[in-house]
Design a protein. Structure first.
Length: 364
């Protein structure tokens, strides 16, 4: 009787759980960005479900069955059996464990939310809005970039455009062998490497802390370097003229220091990075759109300008701020799931506490 009752109770609980899972599945799919589904068409689903119901039902029904098998009715009638102490302790222990898990999940949720807020509030070091990365540029476009840039600015389609070895939000290369006065690294230090043109700083709206941007007015800028804050701190640079950065026998003089830019994951520390005019091939195009113009119309006109130079080019691009926002999707998912499980744990703990209080009240 106990086993049948337990199995029926587990079966009812399973049906209710499937109903709730079906209702909540669209929300879970939205926050996890996955294609989860309940395999109702798969016969194995029903087989595993029946097996699970049977095993859990048997385990749940075994306790009262074993308890009654060891029960002595004669002693019970004489009032010599008292099982309250041991049972009470186990029930209290279960409630304590439930609340401990709930508190742990609450603390975890708080830490995730705090980390998310802190990371989102980090200054990115450039203007991300209306900044687009052209992902479909080729050698033909790069060779004719100066003509293209003048046309786009002349038609007020963009505020500025630039060429670089990579996009502002992607640091894909680090290199070793960097030296300077006072560097104790035997084989040279490792730093992030960016090659940019004279228009890059204005295009992405760098924030200069010291010094200036690269300029065609200075012929010596072919061996100039701009450092981010992390690199300046790494090198111990306090004054632009105090040190030079050297690599492969070439001395680069420091002309500027910029605010750290988040060119990697916002959850990582900033890599000391050096920006050069001539170091790596520049084949990445970045455009700063004019926010006073219609974005969709501008993009169509920009695509037309690109196709005038290369008719076979399939114009493709990404928005920098949208790419940056994707970095937070996983943390947002973790926050949502942790909040959900915390709420469920608190609910279960409260139900357990209510059951314990009801039981003790009934016993008294």
């Amino acid at each position: 009787g106990f086993l049948v009752e337990s199995i029926l109770a587990v079966a009812c609980a399973f049906l209710i759980a499937v109903l709730f899972a079906t209702l909540l599945l669209p929300w879970v799919k939205t926050i996890t960005h996955t294609s989860l589904h309940i395999p109702f068409a798969d016969i194995r689903f029903y087989g595993y479900s029946l097996l699970g119901i049977g095993v859990i039902g048997l385990l749940a029904g075994m306790y009262p069955a074993l308890f009654l098998s060891a029960f002595n009715p004669i002693l019970a009638l004489k009032g010599k059996i008292n099982n309250r102490k041991g049972g009470s302790r186990s029930r209290k222990a279960m409630v304590i464990v439930q609340f401990a898990i709930s508190i742990f999940l609450m603390i975890s949720t708080y830490l995730v939310i705090q980390q998310l807020h802190y990371t989102k509030d980090r200054p990115i070091g450039y203007k991300g809005s209306n900044l687009i990365n052209i992902t479909s540029s080729n050698s033909t476009i790069v060779k004719n970039f100066d003509v293209l840039r003048k046309e786009l600015i002349g038609q007020r389609l963009v505020k500025d455009a630039s060429l670089s070895s990579n996009f502002v939000n992607h640091l894909s290369l680090t290199g070793g062998g960097f030296n300077w006065q006072g560097n104790d690294t035997r084989d040279g230090a490792i730093m992030g490497i960016f090659t940019v043109d004279e228009n890059f700083a204005n295009t992405v709206q760098w924030n200069f802390i010291k010094g200036r941007n690269f300029s065609k007015d200075f012929k010596t800028d072919s061996t100039a370097v701009i450092l981010n804050e992390a690199a300046a701190k790494f090198m111990g640079v306090t004054d632009l003229n105090s040190k030079q950065l050297s690599r492969a026998g070439i001395d680069y003089h420091i002309v500027g220091i910029i605010q750290n830019t988040l060119s990697e994951s916002p959850f990582k520390s900033i890599t000391p990075t050096a920006y050069f005019l001539k170091f790596l091939p520049k084949n990445k195009i970045t455009l700063q759109l004019d926010e006073n113009q219609d974005v969709k119309q501008n993009l169509k006109a920009i695509a037309t300008a690109f196709n005038r130079i290369d008719p076979d080019l399939i114009f493709d691009y990404t928005f920098t701020d949208q790419e940056y926002a994707k970095e937070f999707q996983q943390m947002e998912m973790i926050k949502s799931l942790t909040s959900l499980f915390t709420g469920l744990a608190i609910l279960i703990s409260c139900l357990g506490l209510y059951a314990l209080v009801s039981f003790l009240t009934e016993q008294r």
